[in-house]
Design a protein around this ligand. Structure first.
Ligand code: BGC
Length: 766
């Protein structure tokens, strides 16, 4: 048994895929751990576990995140995604001396994030300070077959000694969010009757979190092994220990299964995790790993993008696609993806427009089941949006800028800046109204790409109508007979309390018109549903007619002599200098200028007007795409990570390849090279989605054309890219698109689902 399992683990290292399918990290610098751990997160949409080392170091921020496990933070009056105990903690003791990672810093340390097989591999050597050296190998993953299950395989090899070795598998009895805030109270840490431990915690909301951990050695029966499990009232950690006499050069292996659940998922999480962990412990490693490989193969079949001729972008893109795939759960519409995924504490796990505007197109195109769960979340939280509208004196549904479980607004009122010892007020929660139309856009895009009428009947139309109604109540009619939306903030967060932000006004009008159009469709095709939905929303014919009139009279700037579309009323009267003219070279201008002074300039944090051209490519000729790009691009200081990918996408569409590749490089390296200096707080989810969009929409030129109701491509590849391949779902059919370069030509095939074969449907060149 030993030999078979041992070679199995070694085999996983030697069969690790080629470099564009993995991220490698060599060496061990304790000070870098905090950032690296975010990148090496493993997960499955329910659980996310940071890539911390098994024995934990002082500079590490080990954490497990459980989707939807929020707990209130009274000082900031908002829920936080709870930092849960790190489930892969291991301690090693040699001849009675337990090794803490410091000063025993691992040597010959190597970590591999295996993107293809959805696992993290690690190997290292520990010196006990007396010259006894132990080699360790570990593999961990989060199952896609049962999203409550984590697996960990560990091998230990005394390199230059024989002696007593003890391995302790622990579930720590406490964990805390940044600033030492602990949301969890330990209720139980006890041994299970046969093997393993069970830990139970309660959040401040009284929600139970249960974690079962059980392990098993792969030793032959002849080896004498002592085995104990400890916990109990006084002991906070739950620990399962194995002790034996080990021989130099021999390898000793373990399987460990951790199962995690919360009351949101099970009435009795304790019973469930015990059952799950016992069932999974009995599975041979080959089956667990084999199942993982198969599940990931299926995901990659539709989600992978192949870039031939550029390994750098190929690897970076797969890294970000992996991170999106481990953040979504097709079976759980009660949650959505936070701005920093389940890989870090940034933004408290809250959900922003980042999901709908930046990530959602990837899910719609390649994993429609995941997209469905994400958009259903906005239906399940519609009541929260209704409450927000009502509380602020409006009608309909006003989606929260930051959302958690209920859909109520959870944006903190202020953030405390430690270095400056001051609190900065946050206005976004009641000013950034465009989120409401961003959600509506996602509803329509999902419906259009999937043809999922059931969703439209069971929630989609209700969202569209309630958001449409909100816009009308949020607007005022001016003497010019136009409707104006005042006192708000567009996507560019440097300017607050502006009037008529053109992005918002355009989106509002689009939202209302599409709501009415969808209602008409519903009345024609499902008249009973249409009447039920209208009755549920208490919307009558006169209100519908009022909305029609309103949508066509929303103000939109159209001065042909203006240098571009004016971002908001009065924008062109501000200091018009570009970022370069302000003399700023390193980092955003906002780092050097107070907000009230920045507000008097035309410097933008991120694309605002330009985003319209990303979302609605058909506007290019109608609204002067090139002119707007050339005006706004030099005035953007990229204070947000959302900024680079949009610029990359639009520059590619305009054929400005050098610029497009510069922006694409910044997008691709954002977390891998910690461009923003805050990767420690988690992966920038919007950048991940933005990179896919920049490559597929920008360079690949993919478009869903509403008028011809078909998938179109209009590619522009950089010279050195030999080819680009990706998939896109449309109405339940999957299209495989291959673009070859020099000269550009492309093929669109459709995969026939019954036998997995493909048939070519179009082949063209410009
Ligand atoms: C950006 C927002 C974004 C948020 C979360 C902010 O810096 O300006 O547009 O939604 O980060 O990623």
């Amino acid at each position: 048994m030993e030999t078979e399992m041992t070679s199995g683990l070694k085999e996983l290292f030697s069969s690790a895929p080629e470099t564009t399918w993995r991220i490698d990290q060599e060496g061990f610098d304790p000070y870098q751990e905090h950032d690296i751990e975010s990148l090496f997160t493993i997960g499955n949409g329910y659980l996310g576990v940071r890539g911390s080392s098994e024995p934990l170091g002082r500079f590490s921020r080990p954490a497990m995140f459980v989707a939807g496990l929020f707990s209130p933070e009274p000082r900031l009056q908002m829920p936080q995604l709870v930092v849960c105990p790190f489930p892969f903690s291991v301690k090693l003791c040699i001849d009675g001396h337990c090794l803490d990672p410091e000063p025993h810093v691992p040597e010959e340390h190597r970590r591999i994030l295996d993107l293809k097989r959805g696992m993290m591999l690690r190997e290292w050597v520990l010196d006990d300070g007396d010259g006894k050296r132990t080699a360790l190998r570990a593999v961990r993953g989060a199952s896609l077959e049962n999203r409550h299950v984590l697996f960990q395989y560990l091998e230990i090899e005394p390199l230059n000694y024989s002696g007593d070795v003890e391995v302790q598998f622990m579930i720590p009895g406490s964990a805390s969010n940044m600033g030492g805030i602990s949301h969890l109270t330990l209720e139980e840490a006890s041994p299970l009757p046969d093997i393993g431990t069970i830990s139970r915690f309660k959040t401040k909301n009284d929600e139970e979190l249960a974690i079962a951990s059980i392990s098993q050695p792969w030793f032959s029966d002849e080896l004498e092994v002592s085995h104990t499990s400890e916990g109990g009232d006084e002991s906070s950690d739950a620990t399962e220990s194995w002790r034996w006499h080990s021989k130099q050069g021999e390898t000793y292996g373990f399987t460990r299964i951790v199962s995690v659940s919360t009351e949101r998922m099970n009435d009795s999480p304790r019973d469930q995790v015990i059952l799950d962990s016992q069932e999974w412990l009995s599975k041979p490693m080959a089956d667990v790993i084999g199942g993982q490989i198969d599940s990931w193969e299926l995901l990659w079949r539709d989600s992978d993008v192949k870039i031939k001729g550029d390994d750098f972008y190929q690897q970076a893109l797969r890294f970000y696609l992996y991170h999106m795939l481990i953040s979504a759960n097709p079976d759980d519409p009660e949650v959505s993806i936070g701005a920093r995924t389940l890989s870090g504490e940034g933004y408290n796990g809250h959900v922003f427009w980042d999901t709908e505007t930046f990530m959602f197109p990837f899910f719609v195109a390649t994993q429609p089941e995941m997209a469905r769960a994400l958009i259903k979340y906005r239906h399940l939280t519609l009541d929260g949006a209704r409450r927000k509208a009502k509380d602020l004196g409006f009608e309909g549904a006003y989606y929260p800028w930051e959302s958690a479980l209920t859909g109520d607004e959870v944006t903190p009122k202020e953030v405390y800046v430690e270095d400056e010892d001051r609190a900065i007020p946050i206005h976004t929660g009641f000013l950034q109204t465009h989120i409401t139309a961003d959600v509506a856009l996602a509803v329509r895009r999902y419906w259009h790409a999937t043809g999922d009428d059931t969703f439209m009947r069971e929630g989609g139309l209700e969202i569209l109508l309630e958001t449409a109604r909100f816009w009308k109540s949020r607007s005022v009619e001016g003497p010019d007979e136009c409707f104006h939306i005042e006192d708000l903030q567009g996507p560019d967060e440097y300017h607050i309390y502006v009037n008529d932000n053109a992005y918002t006004n355009y989106m509002a009008s689009w939202n209302v018109l599409r709501a009415l159009e969808t209602l008409e469709w519903m009345r024609e095709n499902y008249p009973t549903d249409a009447e039920t939905i209208l009755a549920g929303c208490e919307m009558d014919q006169s209100e519908i007619e009022g909305l029609q009139d309103y949508a066509t009279r929303i103000y939109f700037p159209d001065d042909p002599d203006a240098p571009a579309i004016e971002q908001f009323r009065g924008f062109f009267e501000l200091d018009s200098r570009t970022v370069a003219e302000h003399g700023r070279k390193d980092g955003p201008l906002s780092q050097a200028m107070e907000p009230d002074l920045l507000q008097k300039t035309q410097i933008l944090k991120q694309p605002d007007i330009l985003l319209l051209f990303q979302l609605f490519p058909e506007l290019a000729c109608k609204k002067g795409f090139r002119k707007n790009f050339e005006y706004y691009e030099p005035r953007c200081d990229h204070g947000s990570s959302l900024s680079y990918p949009t610029h990359a996408l639009l520059a590619a569409r305009l054929g400005k390849f050098d610029m497009a590749l510069d922006y694409l490089g910044l997008t691709a390296r954002l977390d891998l090279d910690d461009v923003m200096g805050n990767a420690a707080l988690g992966i920038h989810a919007a950048t991940a989605g933005g990179l896919w969009q920049a490559i597929v929409f920008g360079f690949g030129g993919l478009r869903y054309d509403e008028e011809s109701d078909s998938v179109l491509v209009d590619p522009r590849l950089p010279d050195h890219w030999e080819s680009l391949e990706f998939c896109a779902f449309d109405h339940g059919e999957i299209f495989e698109i291959t673009i070859t370069n020099n000269p550009v030509s492309w093929e669109i095939r459709t995969r026939v689902s019954e036998n997995g074969k493909t048939k070519q449907i179009r082949s063209s060149s410009p």
